[in-house]
Design a protein around this ligand. Sequence first.
Ligand SMILES: Nc1ncnc2c1ncn2[C@@H]1O[C@H](COP(=O)(O)OP(=O)(O)O)[C@@H](O)[C@H]1O
Ligand SMILES: [Mg+2]
Length: 132
Amino acid sequence: MDVELIIVASDAGVMNARQKGRELATTVGISGSDLTLMATAISEIARNIVQYAGQGEIEFHSVVRGGKRGLMIIARDRGPGIADIAQAMQDGFSTSRGMGLGLPGARRLMDDFKIVSEVGKGTTILMVKWEH
Ligand SMILES: Nc1ncnc2c1ncn2[C@@H]1O[C@H](COP(=O)(O)OP(=O)(O)O)[C@@H](O)[C@H]1O
Ligand SMILES: [Mg+2]
């Protein structure tokens, strides 16, 4: 695997991204409960794309660092963006009466997590899960 791309524009896309993530993670040595944690993070980020941006895409890359393999997930949308990232990353913060646990949860569930967002331009989230 080099790069795989899943278009996310509906619940079906959320499911596809989750399933593709599990499948590819297995090929880079991620297993057991790590698979479920990673798939949960993908679902949350994909659901946010559908809910707040309408559509976007999730890219999967196999990566290696220090002899360890990992799965890098890049989620991108050209939606409204996030004005205050620190606020959005807080447990319980939601602009939609949601649980407000998607972003902070994903950060905890993954090994690496970065978010870049610009109002009016969109949001990009990069996350990595490493093999043990
Ligand atoms: N892709 C996105 N585009 C625009 N805003 C987003 C995006 N993802 C998250 N947000 C904003 O960050 C907030 C927190 O997201 P999250 O932690 O998933 O909680 P919830 O979805 O339950 O509100 C959302 O309420 C929304 O305002
Ligand atoms: Mg959410």
